[in-house]
Design a binder for this molecule. Sequence first.
Ligand SMILES: Nc1nc2c(ncn2[C@@H]2O[C@H](COP(=O)(O)OP(=O)(O)OP(=O)(O)O)[C@@H](O)[C@H]2O)c(=O)[nH]1
Ligand SMILES: [Mg+2]
Length: 281
Amino acid sequence: MIIQWFPGHMAKAKRQMEESLKRVDSLIYVLDARAPHSCINPEFDNLVSAKPVLYVLNKSDLVERGAIAAWESFFAAKGMRTIAVSSTIGKDSGKVISALSKLNKEKIERNRAKGVNYAVKAMVIGMPNTGKSTLINALCKGKRTVTGDRPGVTKGEQWVRLDNGISLLDTPGTLSHSMKSEVAGLHLAFIGSVRDAVVDTTELSLELIKFFLRKYPQKIAERYQIELSADPLAVLERIAKKRGLILRGGEPDLDKAAVALLDDFRKCRLGKIILETPDEY
Ligand SMILES: Nc1nc2c(ncn2[C@@H]2O[C@H](COP(=O)(O)OP(=O)(O)OP(=O)(O)O)[C@@H](O)[C@H]2O)c(=O)[nH]1
Ligand SMILES: [Mg+2]
């Protein structure tokens, strides 16, 4: 299943980010901890090569600690500064601020030597729905940006100044013109970075079932109390029946079952699941 979504507002957002790059000294690159590799957008390469970058593995509450540690080591080996946080839990703010200050240490010290108190300006970038605006709210301890559990919530850039003088630029989440791989497209759709309305949700749920059958079959069996089958369609039918999602003629309502499954996965009701591990890359 090939996922493709690049509406005009993303092209515009990208142009704006390139323009705003001149006004910041660093980048905070927010990745969803469930799919860190798929969240790296090749179209951000020009931004990343221009400024120091702090990679933030956000939503780490949705993944086992050990799985995140493997990604942290993977990125560290590539010289990428990475920290894992959970912006909704919000106790990681100090960690982000200190990593950001470390990233800009030389500039801050150079200014301090001249008697100037330099405050960092960072642009927060990432795929849609990875939690950029939520992270900013956690850092400023307020509700300054609009957030929501779907992609495309942030429509335009917005500066937010923290108490300590640090300024953060929120940006709209953007995908790439074409996904770097079919798997990356699927993972981004699973985590809600692609608008559900532009994909065939039932087909997407069958792909998610295939993933579970491969990696975590028990989680599906336990959650829905069904017998497993190697055929994803049979699994979806069983989920529909178990949930009482039946069409008028008595057939299972696959579309509703698909929505329920995707929702359960996204809300962590199937347990802590990582979609990709470093050894696959
Ligand atoms: N479990 C969990 N959910 C999170 C976390 N951070 C953000 N979210 C949720 O993820 C959803 C998306 O958050 P946003 O902050 O709006 O994401 P965004 O990256 O700004 O999205 P766009 O502006 O659409 O690109 C919201 O429902 C948040 O509550 C986290 O650390 N853990
Ligand atoms: Mg946002």
